[in-house]
Write a protein that binds this ligand. Sequence first.
Ligand SMILES: [Zn+2]
Length: 301
Amino acid sequence: MPTTRYVPDTFEQECIRLLFQWLSEHGFQNPDLPPIYYSLETPPVFEKISHDWQQFFTDDILWEALNSDNNSTIETLTDSQKSLIKELNDNVLPRGNQERKILVGRIVSIDTLLGRYYADTPHIVLYAQGITAYAKRLNVPTAILRAVVLVHEIGHWISHAVPDSRGETWETADFTNESAALCEMWAQLFTYWVAEENGDFKIAFEALNNHQADEYHTYNHVTHHDKTTMLYVLTYWHRCFPHLLNPPPPAEEVINQLIPETPLRIARNIYEDCFNKDILKRKLIESAPTKERITTIFDMW
Ligand SMILES: [Zn+2]
């Protein structure tokens, strides 16, 4: 199936213009977008199943059984419907509500069904079939959902690769090793900011989020902070050690939430003595591996 270069439509261009405006207002550079591709291939999450995967979205009984709070609804499914679920869930039929919620979240995940940002050679792929199928299920216009997905993937690219005022980016090795919860926090936060500016976009964004896994909801913990604060945090935490010593007060509050006290103290001490970013970063990682850092973040939230 073909994959072609994609040119954002005028609605999407307006969304992207907003993003670039906010970046520019906060000292970030405005580079060209990475290549965007429109793929008619089967979305990654369905690549390995033999069933007609569209059935997952078009079958009301199947969809309601998976999203119902009633444990017994799974028993009402036909053998064909059950076998589709088994293929999607490593041959296990989920019986509990929580298991089914996790399964649905995995299947409809933005980055496995609808689009994906590839960091190594920065480019974005939009999965046309996934977007169309899920837009129908959500009862939102396909073009609007596509815009939401595109902005989300561009959000990943911004957080990773758009140079800030010093020309710094989030190093690719660090970005690709970061937890999904944090990577998705940034992508969803940029999408949320656009949603706040456009009603149709907001309806599709909120409908999309209804069935997303937990990592796609972490942005909710930081939406009460303004753009200045959050873009400073992006610069300060992921990219810019020179700012470690004197963050402005609102950013300091978020940073103190996001980074445990010990590695932050170590980082500041090291930075006062040594301006070598590599040493600082290594010491930070040694003192707080990402997983522990993330656990602490969620404990604090
Ligand atoms: Zn994402």
